[in-house]
Write a protein that binds this ligand. Structure first.
Ligand code: ADP
Ligand code: 5GP
Length: 208
């Protein structure tokens, strides 16, 4: 079973920045491209950041059972296609999901072993500055995202790990460390260590 690494954070915390760096530097880790009814923002490229569809198309995908989880976030629909996880798994890759707190709650129900990480901004003020610096949304949208941040931060206890995105480099390093620790778990290592154990005449343990 691949590692399902789930990252959530209030909008503007720096999730996309962290996710892009992690994907660029980690082997065998794929980003799960979500489907959304929101229009592309600035330079976003279809199929890289998101798969952009109409709200009607999104709703029919829900009917077809195409999503592992989906939610309405800031007035738009977002969902993780089941196919993303299946394909990563077939390729022997772990998968990274950038999803909101509602989606993460649904995912934890279905995949309790998912490795969940909540990313906090260093302060509320820093969050506001980052949202404004990105300047990809109108003032009203920035206010809306800030307003929702409190409710999102309140959901942090549902996650296994919490990190503070103070400095990008050290935060990416923390994510790499979490992934490395998960990849060193005995169950995850079973396939790799089997031939080594055999050389010592030791039978691999039965899976639980
Ligand atoms: P999110 O995906 O969480 O909405 P982004 O990755 O778009 O957030 O980041 C929001 C803004 O904050 C961007 O301008 C980004 O360059 C900046 N940013 C991200 N991480 C940091 C950091 N650790 N320190 C300062 N600015 C940051
Ligand atoms: P943005 O519009 O800034 O790209 O994303 C807004 C929010 O939607 C972020 O909190 C992001 O994590 C969340 N999001 C992105 N993709 C998905 C998804 O597939 N499912 C859910 N539930 N949330 C998502």
């Amino acid at each position: 079973m691949p590692i399902v690494l789930v990252i959530s954070a209030p909008s503007g915390t720096g999730k996309s920045t962290l996710v892009n760096r992690l994907i660029a530097s980690e082997r065998d880790l794929e980003f799960s491209v979500s489907v959304t009814s929101r229009p592309p923002r600035g330079p976003e490229v279809a199929g890289r950041a998101y798969r952009f569809v109409s709200e009607e198309r999104f709703r029919s995908m829900v009917e077809e059972g195409a999503f592992l989880e989906w939610a309405m976030v800031f007035g738009n629909l977002y969902g993780t296609p089941k196919a993303a996880l299946e394909e990563a798994s077939r390729r022997g890759c772990d998968i990274l999901l950038d999803i909101d707190v509602q989606g993460a709650a649904q995912l934890i129900e279905q995949l309790p072993d998912a490795v969940t990480v909540f990313v906090l901004p260093p302060s509320r003020r820093a969050l506001e500055e980052r949202l404004r610096k990105r300047s990809s949304e109108k003032e009203q949208e920035i206010e809306r995202r800030l307003g929702e941040a409190t409710g999102e931060v309140g959901r942090y206890p549902a996650y296994k790990y919490v990190i503070v995105n103070d400095d990008v480099e050290s935060t990416v390093e923390a994510l790499r460390t979490i992934l490395a620790a998960e990849r060193s778990k005995r169950e995850y290592m079973a396939g790799r260590i089997q031939p080594i154990l055999k050389e010592f005449g030791i039978d691999p343990e039965e899976p639980e």
